[in-house]
Design a protein around this ligand. Structure first.
Ligand SMILES: [Zn+2]
Length: 229
């Protein structure tokens, strides 16, 4: 399997076809040629920032969703807060990527996470993306939380949905799809990890990400524990 390749070329294909990159609240089902570019940041804020800069250079805007409760990164670390704010300054939207699989009472925990996110980033969020949706949730995702989520009909059935989960487009590249040829409205879920620094295989890509993370972590530990070198 080869990974996805040249991201700049990929987003430019949409611009060449006169697609408009919009935010979730701008979607107008009476129009076509709209693409909502969604980024679920599962692994690395650094890679998200890299992608955000590249998109800004191409005049493309996206919505970035970040995890609060996870082992991949600490969203509340000072330098990560700065990076996420930088992503917003580049013209993108930011919101919460909510992992409901870890909670006994997801609705209650959601209210807590939403409040933290909004306080830290001084932001009012009106849509969230779900990380690892459970069967119970998927059986009826409509109005599940107090605000919209990306699995609702309006975003999954009324417009066409593509995702690069696991490092490839399971149902073929959006650029080769009938929906794209016909300028249909599209929600496009892109995980930065599969495009930024991507290697030939999933395995090699993840190894590269882990190496960068481990280098940074060692630097951090050295600065925290003075007697360790
Ligand atoms: Zn996710």
């Amino acid at each position: 399997m080869t990974l996805l390749g040249d991201y700049e070329k990929f987003v430019n294909a949409f611009l060449d076809k006169n697609y408009l990159f919009i935010s979730y609240d701008e979607l107008d089902l009476k129009n076509d040629k709209q693409v909502i570019l969604r980024h679920d940041v599962d692994v690395s804020i650094d890679l998200a920032l890299k992608m955000a800069i590249l998109e800004n250079n191409s005049n493309v805007k996206a919505t970035y969703f970040f995890l609060l409760s996870n082992l991949s990164y600490n969203l509340l670390a000072d330098e990560n807060i700065k990076k996420v704010k930088k992503i917003r300054e580049l013209g993108h939207n930011i919101s919460l990527h909510f992992d409901l699989s870890i909670y006994k009472n997801p609705r209650k925990s959601f209210i807590k996470e939403k409040k933290i996110f909004e306080d830290v980033f001084d932001e009012n969020i009106n849509i969230i993306s779900i990380h690892q949706p459970t069967k119970a949730f998927l059986s009826n995702p409509e109005n599940y939380f107090s605000i919209q989520n990306t699995y609702e009909n309006k975003l999954l059935k009324k417009i066409v949905y593509f995702a690069d989960s696991g490092g490839s487009f399971r149902y073929g590249s959006p650029l080769k799809s009938k929906a794209f040829q016909e300028s249909k409205n599209i929600q496009l879920c892109i995980h930065p990890v599969w495009w930024m620094n991507s290697k030939k295989t999933v395995q090699k890509t993840i190894e590269e990400v882990l190496k960068n993370k481990s280098d940074n972590f060692i630097k951090h530990i050295k600065s925290t524990i003075k007697t360790f070198n």
